[in-house]
Design a protein around this ligand. Sequence first.
Ligand SMILES: Nc1ncnc2c1ncn2[C@@H]1O[C@H](COP(=O)(O)OP(=O)(O)OP(=O)(O)O)[C@@H](O)[C@H]1O
Ligand SMILES: NCC(=O)N[C@@H]1O[C@H](COP(=O)([O-])[O-])[C@@H](O)[C@H]1O
Ligand SMILES: [Mg+2]
Length: 388
Amino acid sequence: MKFSAPLKSDSIKVMLLGSGELGKEVVIEAQRLGVETVAVDSYNNAPAQLVANKSYTINMKNKNEILDVIRREKPDFILPEVEAINIDALFTAENEGYHVIPNADAVNKTMNRKNIREFAAVDLKLPTSKYEFVSTFEALKKAALNIGFPCVIKPVMSSSGHGQSIAKSEDDLASSWELAKEARGDASELIVEEFISFDYEITLLTARNENQTVFCEPIGHIQQDGDYIFSWQPMNMSETAKKRSQEIAKKITDGLGGRGIFGVELFVKGDDVYFSEVSPRPHDTGMVTMITQSQSEFALHIRAVLGLPLDFIDYGAGASAAYKSKNDSFNPQIDVNNTVFTNTSYVRVFGKPQSHKGRRMAVALTFDKNSSDKALQQAKQIIENFDD
Ligand SMILES: Nc1ncnc2c1ncn2[C@@H]1O[C@H](COP(=O)(O)OP(=O)(O)OP(=O)(O)O)[C@@H](O)[C@H]1O
Ligand SMILES: NCC(=O)N[C@@H]1O[C@H](COP(=O)([O-])[O-])[C@@H](O)[C@H]1O
Ligand SMILES: [Mg+2]
């Protein structure tokens, strides 16, 4: 176990490419181990920049700007935190000897639904929904009729539900096409997916490095318009479904390789488990681990990166509720009702410098030793009392 060397203060430097709420927690965990942190994003005062040793604001889609900060800072590890990053820059950095987490190829595969879906379904033979890729309206119609209604239509490059819709019949296809076009720009493609009427969906957080792979307890979640609003852990599932979920998670994370935490998104119907997608980084639904685990997903990510042991204990059940802004403001103020400050709940305010309607600004976390349901009920009640 390489335990002692990396923890010498200032001996290790990590650079986050993307500095939102997830990166902020990664930076805090890195700081706790005496690791130097550099936070990069496309706007000033992004959450992780508020707590990092150093920060840069650059155009994250520009290859040279990314390579400039990397070559200037010479980080030991580069941690992509958002999907919208110039991928050529990561491949070039890797060729120059920099260590991209988990690796540039995994980031490339997961940022595009076509790459990750084909890798999962064709190369690894994991169960997924039926799917087709299309780039014209005619092809969309054909694919939807072939797959059947309802079907889910998504740009191949997007996240947090942007440009995504469900077509219930042929009549909906024109509006789905328009919605997706706005989010994707002209050139790229759409995926048309069979709608899986799952019983529930989970994120299976999986941390790996060369020495070890560990699974967190499954996290159940509810999405609204393709974006997460509530999550809880553990999700109560059958032993068979849990075992199948872990097998899928192991295959996809081994397939992608490298060090770090992955959020493996799965749909579960009875004992059948379908692979949906995977984030090669901490997952938004995994913020609940800040209250349920001795090592949160953020701590596990940085430990995996440093090659430290990944063992942790579960404290009990918990839940999270996302607070999304109701306003557009350059001076956001979040009114957190006192109900959050109990001995089983707390709040994380991200500190984003600007709000707009629907932007995630904070999260409420709740704990219940034995019951995810009770933790979830409490999280729902608390978030109703937030305002801005
Ligand atoms: N084929 C499907 N069948 C049923 N529901 C689906 C399907 N695809 C997506 N969904 C629903 O939409 C949500 C968002 O889809 P997906 O994860 O593919 O998009 P995303 O934009 O990458 O989201 P995020 O970035 O938040 O993970 C899923 O979590 C699920 O609730
Ligand atoms: N589903 C991905 C996800 O949750 N990513 C998290 O949201 C931030 C962007 O927030 P913003 O859009 O409010 O700037 C990202 O930086 C990351 O922390
Ligand atoms: Mg998703």
